[in-house]
Ligand binder design. Structure first.
Ligand code: AMP
Ligand code: MG
Length: 423
């Protein structure tokens, strides 16, 4: 497990997000263990070494059309040209006889001597089986050149690259059936709250007063899995100090990160912070964002040794579902990507036009749930409460609204797409 993060400093409450994130990322020492995985199974994993091609892709000049390969000069006569060979994909022909054409199919190698392909739609096959070219060919037409995708010796994918489906295809195109990737971060996930009931444990009509279903556990587990983590889903921790301490210390030795939801606010039933402080140290608490203010970050030492030796990073997310969801995206996600060695983890925002009014400027930077209209402008979910998870399902992204900022229709705002943040 990771080495202890630098010793505790007294934390300043209500830190600016960028400031807090910079501190968090400074603690995220990339994991240095790697593993070999089948390319088929490497979607979403992070490459641990540059991938260099040992061959050209495509390996040789080949046809990008079904048609006839020829020398352009031979087509100038306008007469019929005999077909001297037939080359399908997977075959190789021989040098093209002067004054003839080769019947050729998409992906088949260009025979030596030919300098163009004419698509079959631009040819007439005559009664004597010779081929008349209807349109004068240009040298090089419909030929895909050797190495035009990847040149031998080129770095096709770099260390730290998170593998997408297209990247898996590219790796396969240079012959890689196994890839060296960073090992998965091991994350212990806990929910806190005596009010929480697991779906399936109690039927909706039998829920006791005050009980709610544990929804955070579901999306947090899914988010962690999407980010390539190995998740230990360790259930619900009751709202008391001893149980919280036992849960955290039990997870510290075998995980890189302990992620909790709930119990990090200021109430008497919020036991997470003192538990972390008794086992290690708290470095951050309260971020100037809305929703998500109570976010906490720290370190849980093995055996409770404060800051010494082995242990796990700790992140405490607020209990309100939207707060939990948003803090995961803006803080946990970049942290986990950095742990895996991804170099650029900044959220990419695009400029978009607001199609709504936001009259209540807040002192904190806000993340509003919005949806793109067909014309690209943004509509606002009417209820922006931190408990309303419907907003995150209805929405397809967040508006990152600076503190103190009102919004009127037509204003340009910063849009963060879920499609990117959840990929
Ligand atoms: P807390 O941060 O523990 O004060 O919780 C804030 C709010 O979020 C309370 O209304 C909790 O009932 C609710 N909450 C906490 N954890 C969960 C959870 N896992 N799923 C759904 N709601 C939760
Ligand atoms: Mg609670």
């Amino acid at each position: 497990m990771p080495q202890a993060v630098p010793s505790a400093k007294p934390f300043k409450p209500l830190r600016a997000l960028d400031d807090a994130l910079a501190e968090l990322l400074a603690h995220a020492q990339p994991l240095n263990q790697t593993e070999q995985v089948a390319t088929f199974d490497a979607d979403g994993r992070v490459l641990a070494a540059d991938l260099i091609s040992a061959l050209h892709v495509p390996p040789q000049d080949n046809s990008s059309m079904d048609g006839y390969a020829l020398r352009c000069g031979d087509a100038a006569s306008g007469g019929g040209l005999p077909v001297s060979q037939r080359i399908a994909a997977g075959q190789s022909g021989w040098p093209l006889a002067a004054g003839s054409v080769a019947r050729i199919f998409t992906g088949a190698p260009i025979p030596a001597g030919a300098d163009a392909v004419v698509m079959q739609e631009d040819c007439d096959v005559q009664d004597d089986a010779s081929v008349r070219i209807k349109a004068a060919p240009k040298p090089g037409q419909w030929i895909r050149h050797a190495g035009e995708d990847v040149a031998r010796g080129a770095t096709v994918l770099s260390k730290g690259q998170r593998l997408t489906p297209a990247a898996l295809g590219l790796a396969a195109s240079i012959g890689m059936n196994v890839l060296t990737v960073v090992r998965r971060p091991r994350v212990a996930l806990f929910s806190t709250g005596d009010e929480l009931v697991m779906p399936g444990a109690v039927a909706p009509e039998q829920m006791p007063p005050g009980a709610i279903y544990n929804s955070n556990r579901f999306f947090l587990k899914a988010l962690l899995t999407r980010l390539g983590c190995q998740v230990s889903d360790l259930g619900i921790v009751p709202d008391n100090r001893a149980a919280t301490i036992a849960a955290l210390s039990g997870a510290a030795a075998s995980h890189d990160l302990i992620l909790t939801s709930g119990g990090v606010s200021v109430g008497e039933e919020d036991h997470i912070k003192p538990a972390v402080q008794s086992l290690g140290h708290l470095d951050l608490w309260q971020i100037a964002i809305k929703p998500g203010k109570p976010f906490a970050y720290g370190w849980v030492g093995v055996g409770g040794a404060a800051g010494a030796g082995q242990g796990a990073h700790f992140m405490g997310l607020p209990g309100n579902p939207v707060s939990s969801f948003v803090t995961f995206l803006v803080l946990v996600r970049p942290f986990l990507l950095t742990l895996q060695g991804v170099p650029d983890v900044a959220m990419r925002c695009v400029a978009a036009s607001a199609d709504f009014t936001w009259a209540r400027a807040d002192k904190r930077r806000e993340f509003l749930r919005v949806k793109r209209n067909p014309n690209g402008s943004l509509a606002l979910f009417p209820n922006q409460s931190a408990g309303v998870l419907t907003s995150a399902v209805w929405g397809d992204g967040l508006v990152d609204n600076p503190s103190g900022q009102t919004i009127t229709p037509g204003d340009t705002v910063r849009f963060l797409a879920f499609s990117e943040l959840l990929a």
